[in-house]
Design a protein around this ligand. Structure first.
Ligand code: AKG
Length: 281
């Protein structure tokens, strides 16, 4: 996985630029791309994603950039004593918005503050994992439906003081109830098949008992998360990183104590259904 684009100034693209189609093709072909040496203002970054597809406005506004709701801010850097965005995001294997009926097609990240040590995002190619599944695991997923939920990843906010955990769980169940997707999805462009599950969001296989699910999920997560499947991309200043959530699981690297990290993420819906056969509701 992984492709690199250099020698391109994203600010110079117009909606008609042929390069946009090449970028899209590179994303589907490589699953993850890095466009090097960009110096975009927040407005220019949003503008670029609008040319590539439809930027997402994340459903929880505590993540939003104060001036650009399309920008999801992951940051432990306080600005003028004020908290902006959310710290400690994504330290678990997941694929964005898997807990929604219409998951997010593409995710882009623009590093803003990079710690001195290292800041990276880890990836797993789930098409490759699916192809490599041993028969006893393949039997579990072929033709199965999986249930996903994101509620236990909820980030507590100042306005939650005095609320009970039960109230927060009830609230999240109301706004993002668990959803079902096929365990194996077919990519709408490449037609490749990929295992669509993550230890961050997947709750189980429909129709199995609790005990059967515990065993099946453990075996599937252990196989998926083997070291040999993990690819690391270390952030560099000027990177615009874009990946396809249909293929890739990702998780963020841990931050050493005292280090600062800030990034802007924009989710992008492309022109295709998330997978072939997804319900349009
Ligand atoms: C997310 O935004 O979903 C992430 O997990 C970001 C990954 C990262 O910050 O390295």
């Amino acid at each position: 996985m992984g492709g690199e684009i250099s020698g391109l100034d994203l600010r110079s693209l117009t909606p008609e630029s042929a390069e946009l189609e090449e970028i899209r093709a590179a994303i589907y072909r490589n699953k993850l791309i890095v466009i090097r040496n960009q110096e975009l203002t927040p407005a220019e970054y949003v503008d670029f994603t609008r040319k590539l597809g439809t930027p997402q406005v994340y459903f929880q506004d505590n993540y939003h950039h104060p001036d650009f709701p399309e920008i999801f801010v992951s940051s432990n850097v306080n600005e003028e004593g004020k908290k902006v965005g959310v710290a400690g995001t994504g330290h678990y294997w997941h694929t964005d918005c898997q807990f929604q009926q219409q998951p997010l097609s593409l995710t882009s990240i623009s590093p803003v503050v990079i710690p001195q040590s290292v800041r990276a995002t880890y990836y797993i190619d789930m098409a490759k994992v699916y192809r490599a599944l041993p028969d006893e695991l393949k039997i579990l997923v072929d033709g199965s439906t999986m249930i996903h939920g994101g509620n236990n990843r909820y980030k507590v906010q100042p306005s939650d003081v005095d609320k009970s955990l039960q109230q927060l769980i009830d609230y999240m169940n109301e706004i993002v109830p668990p959803v079902k997707h096929p365990a194996v999805i077919t990519h709408p462009v490449t037609k490749e098949k990929a295992l669509y599950m993550s230890s961050g969001f997947t709750m189980g296989i429909e129709g199995l008992t609790y005990e059967e699910n515990q065993k099946a999920m453990r075996a599937l997560f252990d196989f998926t998360e083997r070291e040999e499947h993990v690819h690391m991309h270390s952030w560099d200043k000027g990177d615009i990183i874009i990946w396809d959530n249909r293929f890739l699981l990702h998780k963020s690297s841990q931050l050493p104590p005292g280090e600062k990290s800030k990034s802007y993420r924009i989710g992008i819906y492309d022109a295709y259904p998330f997978y072939i056969g997804i319900k349009n509701e």
